[in-house]
Design a protein around this ligand. Structure first.
Ligand SMILES: CC(C)(COP(=O)(O)OP(=O)(O)OC[C@H]1O[C@@H](n2cnc3c(N)ncnc32)[C@H](O)[C@@H]1OP(=O)(O)O)[C@@H](O)C(=O)NCCC(=O)NCCS
Length: 201
C-alpha cells in the first residue's frame, strides 16, 4: 500500500488545519482528556501520567497513514483546539483496538469518524468543519466505501454535527460495549451530498 506523505496527511479547511498527532501534542491531549465536560460522553477521566504514557500508541497510524488521530489547529491564532479521528470502531471493547492500526493494511473493522474540542471553542462550527474534511479525505484518499460514527444517545450536539456533515442516523446499535446512537455515510451518499464550499470542507 502506498504510504501517504506527511504533506498529504495535512488537511486544511477555511479556518482549520488538521495534522497527524505526534508526541509533541501532549498539551492538547491533556487539555481535552482532563476536562470532565469534554470526556463526559466519551470516556473516563485519566491522569496526566496515564495520558503521557499512552500518547505514543495514539500516534500510531494505519493504512499508509490514512487511519489515525489528527490534531485540529485554528489557523488564525495557530492554536490547537481539538482532535479528529479515523479509527477502527470497537464493538466488544470500550476503546480503540490499537493492534488493528497497522502500517500496511486497512483495519479489519468498520472505520469511524470522531472529534473532540476544548470547551472554549464549542458552538463555532469547528466540529462540523473537521468532520466534513475527514469525510472528504476518506472518500478521496482511501478506498473505504463507508464511514461510521457512534455517539452517546444523550450527546445531541454530536448527533447534530454528524447529520450536518451528511451522515445518516440509523437508530441504536451495539459498539464500544454498549448501546450507542449510530450513523453512517457511504461513498455514494458523499458524492451526492449538498454542495458546501470546498474551503469549508
Ligand atoms: C460535540 C462537540 C464535538 C461539538 O463541537 P462544536 O464545534 O460545538 O460543533 P459545531 O459547532 O460544529 O456544531 C454543533 C451543533 O450542535 C448544536 N448543539 C449544541 N448543543 C446541542 C444540544 N444540546 N442539543 C442539540 N444540538 C446542540 C449547535 O447548535 C450546533 O448546530 P448549529 O450549527 O445548527 O447551530 C463538542 O461539544 C465536543 O468536543 N464535545 C466533547 C467531546 C465529544 O462529545 N465528542 C463527540 C464524541 S461522539
Amino acid at each position: 500500500m502506498q504510504q501517504l506523505s506527511d504533506a498529504d496527511l495535512v488537511l486544511e479547511t477555511e479556518r482549520l488545519v488538521l495534522k497527524p498527532l505526534t508526541c509533541e501534542d501532549l498539551d492538547i491531549v491533556l487539555e481535552l482528556f482532563t476536562d470532565p465536560d469534554v470526556v463526559r460522553y466519551v470516556c473516563d477521566l485519566e491522569t496526566p501520567e496515564q495520558l503521557e504514557s499512552f500518547l505514543p500508541t495514539e500516534c500510531q497510524r494505519g493504512a499508509g497513514g490514512r487511519i489515525g488521530v489528527w490534531t485540529v489547529t485554528r489557523k488564525e491564532e495557530n492554536k490547537k483546539i481539538g482532535t479528529g479521528i479515523l479509527l477502527p470502531l470497537p464493538i466488544e471493547k470500550d476503546d480503540t483496538d490499537w493492534s488493528l492500526v497497522v502500517q500496511d493494511t486497512y483495519p479489519d473493522a468498520e472505520i469511524e469518524v470522531g472529534y473532540m474540542f476544548i470547551k472554549s471553542e464549542w458552538g463555532k462550527g469547528f466540529a462540523t468543519e473537521t468532520c466534513r474534511r475527514l469525510l472528504k479525505f476518506s472518500f478521496e484518499k482511501t478506498t473505504l466505501d463507508v464511514i461510521t460514527a457512534t455517539a452517546d444517545p444523550d450527546n445531541h450536539a454530536s448527533h447534530h454535527v454528524l447529520e450536518k456533515s451528511g451522515l445518516r442516523s440509523e437508530g441504536l446499535r451495539y459498539a464500544y460495549a454498549c448501546q450507542c446512537s449510530s450513523f453512517r455515510i457511504s461513498r455514494k451518499d458523499w458524492l451526492v451530498r449538498p454542495l458546501v464550499s470546498d474551503a469549508a470542507e
